[in-house]
Ligand binder design. Structure first.
Ligand code: NAD
Length: 286
């Protein structure tokens, strides 16, 4: 029987979430997406108009099918958490049921269960500021959108993830090594995400027989990464210094996610898997 995946954090065809969706679809999974509410309209319009058709092509020549796109804002857990200004916002008022709890309930109602949960989203409003210049508000916003969003997503979806299922998030080495420029508390948020991966692996493993892993990905020119402002430099740095001197393709991260979601990875849980051409292993630049 084919597996069903819910991938949170896809709003175009340039990021890791899209590539993960493609790899899972190529392996036979049914694809459900969670798309940030303010980006939903343009994403669905572009999908409908065929703007992504070229990047929907799978290795066998067929096009990836997306069964359903759910609006999602992962900084809100329940409708009671949504402040008035967001409720009144034009871009939000057109959609409904986009808090994490509601999305999980909608997926349950529509499909009953899933097998694979992917968290491919992050946001840090002060990411361009050094940590020493980051406000409390900015720091907490980064943690809320990039770390707690995963705890909450897993918490609300776990009851509908089939035993033997798998959950994956995306992290970055700035959690454990100094990467100047990855600021605003984003490095802290990734450190929390990686630590939580271990604790959540224990809890979800014991309670639901679900595996929890995170992929530490190398630099990719996604929309989110371009907003940070130093992505080209990071790509060049990797090209110069990594054991494998090639540009990292999003598909390589997608394929790792497909492996982690498959029975081939049945004993892997609580792990940080590096998909970065080996850059993490270097001690000095050469
Ligand atoms: P991306 O822009 O494709 O994905 C980020 C997504 O998060 C976007 O679709 C955005 O709409 C969504 N998002 C932001 N706030 C949200 C919210 N509150 N609720 C729901 N969705 C929200 O960029 P990406 O680089 O592919 O990012 C995916 C993941 O990969 C992130 O966790 C990122 O930190 C991680 N990552 C990226 C790189 C890189 O170089 N691009 C490297 C390592 C890890």
């Amino acid at each position: 029987k084919g597996k069903r995946a819910f991938i949170a954090g896809v709003a175009d065809d340039n990021g890791y979430g899209w590539a993960i969706a493609k790899s899972l679809a190529a392996a036979g999974a049914e694809i459900l997406l969670g798309t940030w509410v303010p980006a939903l309209n343009i994403f669905e319009t572009s999908l409908r108009r065929g703007k992504f058709d070229e990047s929907r092509v799978l290795p066998d020549g067929s096009l990836m099918e997306i069964t359903k796109v759910y609006p999602l804002d992962a900084v809100f857990d329940t409708p009671e958490d949504v402040p008035e200004d967001i409720k009144a916002n034009k871009r939000y008022a057109g959609s409904s049921n986009w808090t994490i709890k509601e999305v999980a309930a909608c997926v349950k109602q529509d499909f009953g269960s899933i097998d694979i949960l992917v968290h491919s989203l992050a946001n840090g409003p002060e990411v361009t500021k050094p940590l020493l210049e980051t406000s409390r508000k900015g720091y907490l916003a980064a943690i809320s959108a990039s770390s707690y969003s995963y705890v909450s997503l897993l918490k609300h979806f776990l009851p509908i993830v089939n035993p033997g299922g798998s959950s994956i998030s995306l992290t970055y080495i700035a959690s454990e090594r100094i990467i100047p420029g990855y600021g605003g508390g984003m490095s802290s948020a990734k450190a929390a995400l990686e630590s939580d991966t271990k604790v959540l692996a224990f809890e979800a493993g014991r309670k639901h027989k679900v595996r929890v892993n995170t992929i530490s990905a190398g630099p990719l020119r996604s929309r989110a990464a371009k907003a940070i402002g130093f992505i080209d430099m990071m790509i060049d740095y990797s090209l110069e210094n990594a054991p494998f001197q090639k540009e990292l393709s999003a598909d390589e991260v997608g394929n790792t996610a497909a492996f982690l979601a498959s029975p081939l990875a049945s004993a892997i849980t609580g792990a940080v898997i590096y998909v970065d051409n080996g850059l993490n292993a270097m001690g000095v630049g050469v």
